[in-house]
Design a protein around this ligand. Structure first.
Ligand SMILES: [Zn+2]
Length: 333
């Protein structure tokens, strides 16, 4: 299949194999009304110094998530090349059109990049980005870290995560980097919806992978920014491409089981939080109520914790809709 697939129309404006710090773009041809021979320009930095492993850092997989891009921008503008051994490739805003618009998906084609892998070289703009990342960028990498947060609609406790994998050696390999990140929480996730995801694609290639869910709410915050920036440097140190020791910080281990961790709203309404994000929860207790603001006098619908642990993620806007994920629970392990 791969041999017969057409070449990507995407072209990088900088070399990947030369020593030094190179800053440029992945040029994705995009002919449109405003620019007949135009291109979507996805920013990329390559920081290379001699021989060593390659770490690929990606952010902006969803365009309204900012802690990853911010940490990567800070790292790119502050790294001392003499501290690097090997190669660090950084794509802080992979779905650049979505990032530019401040939206989860691309305004050009409505593409959710993290549901578009492995992509298509002759597909939509989003599919072309996915295809280039999958077939050209991933094969260069010995480790991939893709940074997420809750975007505009969710808020997570700060955590670095790997996934439960069938291959336990691969699971352990990724886990060491999640632990080295030193987020306040370190977790193993069983994902609910793996089709088309960058992480699934990377993991299926056998390349070690970790992800983060660091806050959210469609903005940045000083505490999240420091956790993210320290985490980026720690992962690079653990991988041996950045000089220095992993900077220690306290972390708690979380289990996010597939069954029962997520709570889904069964109505539209105004949410009343009974428990704050990060607070301990006990199975059976009310964690949130959804009030009907239209039919006055009706009783709110209660949502109960289904496990002991903490409230690890919450729906951020005050208005919830039928089918929204209200909460994700995590068990302290
Ligand atoms: Zn995301």
């Amino acid at each position: 299949m791969a041999e017969t697939m057409m070449a990507s129309p995407v072209s990088p404006t900088i070399p990947f194999d030369q020593d030094g710090a190179h800053h440029g773009h992945l040029k994705v041809p995009h002919s449109h009304d405003g620019s007949a021979y135009g291109a979507v320009m996805v920013p990329v930095a390559v920081i290379k110094n001699g021989e060593g492993p390659t770490v690929l850092l990606t952010g902006g997989n969803h365009g309204d998530e900012y802690q990853g891009p911010l940490a990567m921008l800070r790292f790119i503008s502050s790294v001392n090349i003499a501290d690097v051994t090997g190669r660090i490739i950084v794509v802080p805003t992979m779905n650049q059109p979505a990032f530019a618009a401040g939206t989860r998906t691309s305004p050009i084609d409505k593409g959710n990049l993290n549901r578009s892998f492995p992509g298509r070289p002759n597909g939509t703009i989003t599919e072309k980005i996915a295809d280039y990342m999958a077939r050209y960028m991933l094969p260069m990498a010995d480790l991939v870290m893709d940074m997420h947060d809750g975007g505009k609609t969710l808020e997570f406790v700060p955590m670095a995560c790997t996934h439960v994998l069938d291959d336990k050696d691969a699971e352990a390999n990724g886990w060491q980097y999640a632990v080295a990140f030193k987020a306040p929480f370190t977790c193993k996730l069983v994902e609910i919806d793996t089709i088309g995801m960058w992480d699934t694609h990377v993991e299926e290639s056998g390349t070690p992978f970790l992800t983060t869910e660091l806050g959210g709410t469609g903005t940045t915050r000083p505490d999240w920014a420091e956790i993210a920036f320290r985490g980026v440097k720690n992962v690079l140190r653990q991988a041996g491409v950045l000089a220095g020791e992993v900077e220690d910080a306290p972390t708690q281990f979380l289990d996010i089981p597939l069954e029962g961790a997520y709570i889904t709203s069964e109505s539209d309404g105004l949410i009343e939080w009974v428990v704050a994000l990060g607070d301990p929860i006990t199975k059976g207790q009310v964690i949130a109520r959804v009030h009907d603001p239209v039919h006055l006098g009706t009783q709110p619908r209660d949502y109960h914790a289904t496990m002991d642990g903490i409230l690890a993620m919450r729906h951020f806007p005050g208005i919830v809709r039928l089918g929204d994920a209200i909460a994700m629970q995590g068990a302290i392990s």
